[in-house]
Design a protein around this ligand. Structure first.
Ligand code: GDP
Ligand code: IMO
Ligand code: MG
Length: 429
């Protein structure tokens, strides 16, 4: 298999950015295929930290980076991110960045609506990133979105803009907000159009060419399977399909091209935002893991909720996403614990479950069944070979592998690019 699809197998922030960057040196193109700038992917290379939200993580190593049609694109966020990375010395131009001309745009009215809905929901809020992701996807499936290709035709945009704004005006009226200022919106689009259009193209065609030339393509998922609009903890999810299958529809290559599916899995569990989290720890161990793992959101700076490793949800994610092998990240954060726990099943109203039920109330009520293992006092931080891991850490990795019924291909032992243990090469498997 020449291509690799990277997805998050928990609630996001598993370390996808680090692993994509590490794999990017072996790839010829990196493709984002869903989500938007709600993602926050962190790369650390020789101590330099790069935080990417919209740009594929391959851009930092100079690999051809493609934003596929499945992404919702905020053009102003794109510009800001390009400028920020250029400020860090990253070279970005029309040769190494391509944006699908059929990407729907995130507009300021989407951000407004995201915020208005969250405020109105009060305690029942989703805890979104506030980036307008959900409202933009709604307009896409509602067939009223403005897309990248429309930026080349702003003089004839009025009928489309009217349809979109009529819909938003009705929603805004419900929140006591004034109607959309169509002229101001059009002016803002005029101001950003050329910047986006320099990268715009039918990326399916570019990918076809790249593929024909025998290139290796790396697909970079955002979020995680438990945030998937169908398979996640609905309604506390994001508004796209985050599973591996989306790599095909969200880029314009068929499902026979997406290759090895690499699930990124944190050695414990985190979640940012509201919603069920069976293994959540609200004690000092949770606090310790949060501090050691620097568990603060890359995008919003919010503190991430932390819990023990949940083998039930990861096994489910691996099945749903057809995961070939996993990259287990942040094992170093567990160093120094006397014991570590793994959730192997749930108890719910007297019954034992080996899967995460679909209903929100059941998801909120399940009680984890734990298996306890001895921890390790030695350091795993920075280990680059499996032989360097302490015996109990090896046992932990092996037990996870058994419980999730999926092999471990990589282990990550620090934020740094090269602190990565390769067990099976996804590009060769
Ligand atoms: P992503 O959204 O999946 O790309 O993950 P984030 O970048 O949002 O969050 C992962 C965080 O963990 C980042 O700060 C990474 O630098 C860091 N990280 C990644 N792998 C490791 C690891 O193996 N050990 C430690 N300690 N940190 C890691
Ligand atoms: P990466 O790619 C973690 C969460 C939000 C919220 C829910 C919906 O860095 O792993 P949205 O703004 O998408 O409508 O918010 O999804 N969320 C993420 N959590 N990592 C992410 O991305 C996330 N992107 C969205 O916190 O709970
Ligand atoms: Mg993240």
């Amino acid at each position: 298999m020449a291509n690799v699809t990277v997805i998050g197998a928990q609630w996001g922030d598993e370390g996808k950015g680090k692993i994509v960057d590490w794999l990017a040196s072996r790839a010829d193109a990196v493709v984002r295929f869903q989500g938007g700038h709600n993602a926050g992917h962190t790369l650390v290379i020789d101590g330099n930290v790069y935080k990417l939200s919209l740009l594929p993580s391959g851009i930092v190593s100079g690999t051809l980076s493609i934003i596929g049609n499945g992404v919702v694109l905020d053009p102003w966020a794109l510009k800001a991110e390009v400028e920020k990375l250029e400020g860090q010395g990253v070279v970005i131009n029309a040769d190494n960045l391509a944006v699908a001309d059929n990407c729907p745009l995130i507009l300021p009215i989407h951000r407004d609506l995201d915020g208005l809905r969250e405020t109105a929901a009060g305690a029942g809020k989703i805890g979104t990133t506030g980036r307008g992701i959900g409202p933009a996807y709604e307009d896409k499936v509602g067939r009223r979105a403005i897309r990248v290709c429309d930026l080349a035709h702003l003089d004839s945009l009025e009928p489309q803009l009217d349809r979109l704004c009529a819909h938003h005006d009705a929603l805004r009226a419900g929140f006591d907000q004034p109607p959309v200022d169509r002229e101001a919106l059009l002016e803002e689009l005029r101001g950003i159009a050329d910047f986006v259009l320099q990268y715009a193209q039918p990326v399916w065609k570019r990918l076809k060419k790249v593929r024909k030339a025998g290139a290796k393509i790396l697909f970079e998922g955002a979020q995680g399977v438990l945030l998937d609009i169908d398979h996640g903890t609905y309604p506390f999810v994001t508004s796209s399909n985050t599973v591996s299958g989306t790599a095909a529809s969200g880029s314009g290559l068929g499902p026979n091209s997406t290759g090895y599916v690499l699930g990124i899995v944190k050695a414990y569990t985190t979640r940012v935002g509201s919603g069920p989290f069976p293994t959540e720890l609200e004690d000092e161990i949770g606090q310790r893991l949060g501090e050691r793992g620097h568990e603060f959101g890359t995008v919003t700076g919010r503190q991430r909720r932390v819990g023990w490793f949940d083998a039930v949800i990861v096994r489910q994610s691996c099945a749903i996403s057809g995961v070939t092998g996993i990259a287990l990240t942040k094992i170093d954060v567990l160093d120094g614990l006397d014991e570590v726990k793994i959730c192997t099943g749930y108890r719910l109203r007297g019954n034992v479950y080996d899967y995460f039920p679909s209903h929100a109330a059941d998801q909120a009520e399940v009680e984890p069944i734990y298996e306890t293992m001895d921890g390790w006092s030695e350091s795993t931080a920075g280990a680059r070979s499996f032989a360097d891991l302490p015996a109990n850490a090896v046992k932990y990795v092996q037990r996870i592998q058994e419980l999730i019924e999926t092999p471990v291909a990589l282990v990550s032992t620090s934020p740094e690019r090269d602190d990565t243990i390769l067990m099976r090469d996804p590009f060769m498997d």
